[in-house]
Design a protein around this ligand. Structure first.
Ligand SMILES: [Zn+2]
Length: 83
């Protein structure tokens, strides 16, 4: 099983499917604008070929989103505040 991200070919408009086994793998289909983090990371810089016209389509995560802030799950609410 896998999940999919569906995008439109920029050349002919046909749907192109990117499959990932990184997420919950329940055959869910996501649009490119709303992809769960683990699937987006898995598919970063993945290329698929449009089955209709042969155009190569590459999926990428936007530059500024390749790193994120993470929290320590601490009992003290103030612990995460920066110095
Ligand atoms: Zn196409």
């Amino acid at each position: 099983m896998y999940d999919s991200v569906m995008v439109k070919c920029f050349n002919c408009g046909k749907s192109v499917e990117f499959q990932s086994k990184a997420g919950k793998c329940r055959l869910d289909k996501f649009l490119a604008r709303e992809v769960p983090m683990e699937i987006a990371i898995d598919l970063h810089e993945t290329i698929e070929v449009c089955k209709k016209c042969g155009t190569k389509i590459q999926l990428s995560i936007p530059e500024g989103m390749l790193s994120t802030r993470m929290f320590v799950d601490a009992p003290d609410d103030n612990f995460n505040e920066e110095d």
